[in-house]
Design a protein around this ligand. Structure first.
Ligand code: C2O
Ligand code: CU
Ligand code: CU
Length: 539
């Protein structure tokens, strides 16, 4: 019943945006395909100018400077936003930091976001995790130059959850995010509101990133070719753009919106005092019920919402969120379980940056319980309904479409291919209104295979998927095996070395060209990204 209403809702909306807009993407670059006939390109109608939005926002990306470390200010790039129409509470610009803003929307909202590019180079904004039309998805073919504006117009169809946005220009996503461009996109809905979860000041963004600074407090990005291949690893952990993060919180309960906004670093989160992490949501929103974890792996772009209960804590007590040591995070760690000692890799990868390796222990933030009181809401035993997609619904349940993420020499590739702006291969074409199982595989072969094993956080645009299974057999597996929360909706899956995972998803509402890629941003920029095409019956 619920499901039907939802579907009808969407249909109605779709016909509304299609009606009256005879305009067929005038001014957009002509798409070309290999292994795909011209008539296969779905005709889409996207008319943001005439889209009737409830909420309109101006989002500007521009250079700025801000205090991060004591002493000199740091030059950054940042997003700032203003509400043009609708409630002011939709936008929260975080002061004194480059991260943000935080957007807060409700499911069903019709939104129009005017992106103004005041950067000295091309950019485009991607709404990570959102189910939106291809023209609103921030594909790199839609980049705009300095001084230009691009309008994203869509209705919010996603479940309540923690989504985010960041730039997506091809070859430049890593450096643009690194300079500071990333914000949270929070969605609520009626199901979530009825739970009375911690809200307002007790709903706290926790964007975890790592950065390296030079002596003048300026950001240092990649230093070597090896940095690029492994992905950038910073010397210092920032939370919401600040080093040595500490939250002083009154006794009460809190919701932490944790986003791994790092370019390539993976965190193995745990409280230092042995308190389990209480996970209430993953990428695509609330779980059915809370899940307790002694530790949690969070790859780049993944999110978890944590329920943090300080209601019984004494004033003055402190707990630290750490990233614990683990294996399998870095190149060479497959060769005997540790990082390569004294070899060629050692010299070139670590010597130059001296940042902690992926898998080294780190401190993320401290939570200090202060005085006073904050609201304490009980942790609901049931959070939401998740309808499992039956494997029987998939057109390829017995024969999953397989994507191999691997290194080909120095190049990270998917099924041996690199990104091509508007091209799809025959095996990257799916049919609108179908369900599929995709098998994601991280396995290298050949002589260099073992040595070049690296994690690949795999992300699929335009939808959320469910994880059917995940298996791995690798050295160090026992250091991470309990760290995955696979019960909920996801849009990014941390594919560790020698891991294989089957995910199931439905292609609905929006035909067109969407991306799937490794969210290690350096890998993405190196071309570990491809298009998939959602094709309609009559195209
Ligand atoms: Cu965070 Cu292509 O995405
Ligand atoms: Cu995305
Ligand atoms: Cu990768």
């Amino acid at each position: 019943m619920k499901q039907n209403e939802h579907t009808l809702d969407r249909r109605a909306f779709l016909s509304r945006i299609t009606l009256g807009s005879g305009m067929v993407l005038a001014g957009l670059p002509l798409l070309s395909f290999t292994g795909c006939k011209r008539q296969d390109i779905p005709v889409t109608h996207y008319d943001p100018e005439n889209f009737q939005a409830d909420i309109e926002i101006d989002l500007t990306a521009a250079p700025d400077e801000t205090t991060i470390l004591p002493g000199n200010k740091t030059r950054v790039w940042r997003y700032t936003a203003e509400v043009r129409k609708g409630p002011q509470s939709t936008v929260q610009n975080l002061s004194g930091t480059f991260t943000g803003p935080v957007f807060r929307f409700k499911k069903g909202d019709k939104v129009k976001i005017y992106f103004h590019n005041n950067l000295p180079e091309k950019s485009v904004v991607h709404w990570h995790g959102l189910h939106v039309p291809q023209e609103a998805d921030g594909h790199p073919r839609f980049v705009i130059g300095t001084g230009k504006t691009y309008i994203s117009a869509f209705q919010i169809m996603n479940r309540a959850g923690t989504y985010w946005f960041h730039p997506h220009p091809h070859g430049k996503t890593g450096p643009q995010v690194y300079r500071g461009l990333a914000g949270l996109f929070l969605i609520t809905d009626d199901e979530e509101k009825a739970l009375g979860l911690p809200s307002g000041e007790q709903d706290i963004p926790v964007v975890i990133q790592d950065r390296t600074f030079d002596r003048d407090n300026q950001l240092v990005y990649l230093r070597s070719r090896m940095d690029r291949m492994t992905g950038f690893l910073g010397q210092q952990i920032l939370v919401n753009g600040k080093p040595n993060a500490a939250f002083d919180l009154a006794p009460g309960t809190y919701r932490f919106r944790v986003l791994n906004g790092s370019n390539s670093r993976i965190y193995k989160l745990a409280w230092d005092d042995g308190t389990p992490l209480t996970v209430i949501a993953t990428d695509g929103g609330l779980l059915e019920k809370p899940v307790q974890k002694s530790y949690l792996l969070l790859g780049p772009a993944e999110r978890v919402d944590l329920f943090v209960d300080l209601s019984q804590k004494k004033s003055g007590s402190e707990m630290t969120l750490k990233s614990l040591a683990f294996s399998g995070g870095s190149i060479g760690s497959m060769m005997g379980g540790g990082r390569m000692g004294g070899g060629m890799m050692e010299g070139s990868s670590r010597g130059s940056s001296s940042a902690p390796d992926n898998g080294d222990e780190l401190t993320i933030l401290k939570v200090r319980t202060g005085t006073g009181t904050a609201k304490a809401t009980p942790l609901p035993g049931r959070l939401a309904t998740i309808q499992r997609i039956p494997v029987g619904d998939a057109v390829n349940g017995n024969n999953p479409r397989t994507f191999r993420f691997s290194m080909q020499g120095m190049n990270p590739v998917i099924n041996g291919r690199s990104f091509q702006m508007t091209k799809v291969a025959e095996d990257e074409i799916v049919q609108l209104d179908t369900t599929e199982v995709w098998r994601l595989v991280n396995e290298n072969s050949g002589m260099m295979g073992g040595m070049m094993q690296m994690p690949h956080p795999v992300h699929i645009h335009g939808l959320s998927f469910q994880i059917l299974n995940r298996t791995a057999s690798s050295v160090g597996w026992n250091t991470i095996r309990d760290g995955f929360v696979d019960q909920g909706w996801k849009d990014t899956l941390l594919l560790m070395p020698r891991m294989k995972a089957d995910v199931i998803m439905r292609f609905e509402d929006y035909p067109g060209l969407f991306l799937y890629h490794c969210h290690n941003l350096e890998h993405e920029d190196l071309g570990m990204m491809r298009n998939y095409l959602v094709k309609t019956n009559n195209s």
